[in-house]
Design a protein around this ligand. Structure first.
Ligand SMILES: Nc1ncnc2c1ncn2[C@@H]1O[C@H](COP(=O)(O)OP(=O)(O)OP(=O)(O)O)[C@@H](O)[C@H]1O
Ligand SMILES: [Mg+2]
Length: 323
């Protein structure tokens, strides 16, 4: 397999006054070059923390990150700086992630100056800014505008342009369309797909909305309170899904065709605390199928069919996969 990125047993625990908060608790996956992995799950399940760990905005508590086969887990200051050229992140809120005092041009130029791109040649860098603005659909006459002068869609185009400035191979897209109007969402999603195929980019696309990643992901990973509960090819998840939490997520997506009814699964019960979590499956208190085992031991990931894995005691008769 030609994996560009592989993570093994990745963990991030935050110290809080009430104990250790297990934000990301042992995630494993690999992404092939040019592919998109959609990461879905409700608020607080650890999606952004996972993305930040991968691009080294946070240091992991445990586990490993491999990029192009090299160990990228604990980088020296210099190696960290170099990794920025290969891995970038696009943030959910284009307004708060942009410096209000910097023009469009300066925002895109900044990473190039820091990294001394084009041997520090400023006219080459400025030409590159023009090319990127063009690639993300920002008119050249906006170069000297400030973020507050632009609408949400254009602001997110600046966020994308800045992520592209260093010509990375891999981008974590953290809810890049959630803050935008529905009509603008489709434009930005299309733009991101075009850029991906033109530049052979690899994406992790984080969202709480499965319908957003449906068309753009090769695989989908479903997270629940720091754990990966199911992962499979995107095309498959809508037809064949196993984890009760995945089923509940899917039931919340409206069906466009009239006359088709889908029964909405309303989750009851208390959400477990991610602080010093109890043993057992973290979804058990909300799961309608939970049995005794589910409250006592954490389920292993099992491979139900090729490339389709799930962590749920309902399928514990299937052999666990090796980590
Ligand atoms: N710096 C931090 N210190 C302490 N706890 C944190 C920190 N950052 C995140 N957390 C906690 O880690 C958990 C995961 O947070 P994270 O932001 O990764 O979730 P998310 O899935 O991205 O949620 P959302 O959909 O709301 O963006 C949450 O319980 C959050 O409160
Ligand atoms: Mg988040």
């Amino acid at each position: 397999m030609n994996a560009l990125l592989e993570i093994k047993d990745l963990k991030k625990y935050f110290k809080t006054s009430r104990g250790l908060l297990h934000a990301v608790d042992g995630i494993n996956f690999a992404i092939e070059r040019g592919n998109t992995l959609g990461v879905v799950g409700e608020s607080g399940c650890g999606k952004s923390t996972l993305g930040r760990l991968i691009v080294h905005l946070l240091e992991p508590t445990g586990g490993k990150i491999f990029f192009e086969g090299r160990d990228y887990t604990n980088l020296s200051h210099q190696a960290l700086l170099e990794s920025r050229r290969e891995m970038q992140m696009i943030f959910q809120d284009p307004f708060s992630s942009l410096n209000p005092r910097m023009t469009v041009k300066d925002t895109i130029l900044e990473p190039m100056s820091i990294h001394g791109m084009f041997g520090g040649d400023q006219s080459e860098q400025t030409r590159h800014v023009g090319n990127i603005m063009d690639a993300v659909g920002l008119a050249g006459n906006l170069a000297n505008s400030y973020p507050h002068e632009l609408d949400g869609g254009r602001r997110q185009r600046i966020g994308i342009a800045r992520a592209l400035a260093l010509e990375p191979k891999f981008i974590v897209c953290d809810e890049p369309v959630s803050a935008l109007d529905v009509s603008i969402q489709a434009q930005i999603l299309n733009l991101m797909q075009d850029i991906q195929s033109e530049r052979g980019l690899t994406y992790i696309f984080i969202t709480h909305d499965l319908s957003v990643v449906k068309h753009i992901s090769n695989d989908i990973c479903v997270m629940y309170l720091g754990n990966m509960v199911e992962k499979c090819p995107a095309k498959e998840i809508f037809k064949t899904n196993y984890h009760p939490y995945t089923r509940a997520l899917l039931s919340a997506i409206p069906i466009a065709k009239t006359g088709v009814k889908r029964e909405r699964i309303l989750l009851k019960g208390e959400i477990s605390s991610p602080i010093e979590p109890k043993p057992g499956c973290r979804f058990a208190p909300r799961c309608i199928d939970a049995k005794r085992d589910c409250f006592e031991t954490q389920p292993d990931l099992v491979e139900i069919s090729p490339r389709h894995i799930v962590a749920c005691h309902l399928y514990s008769n299937v052999r666990a996969i090796k980590k």
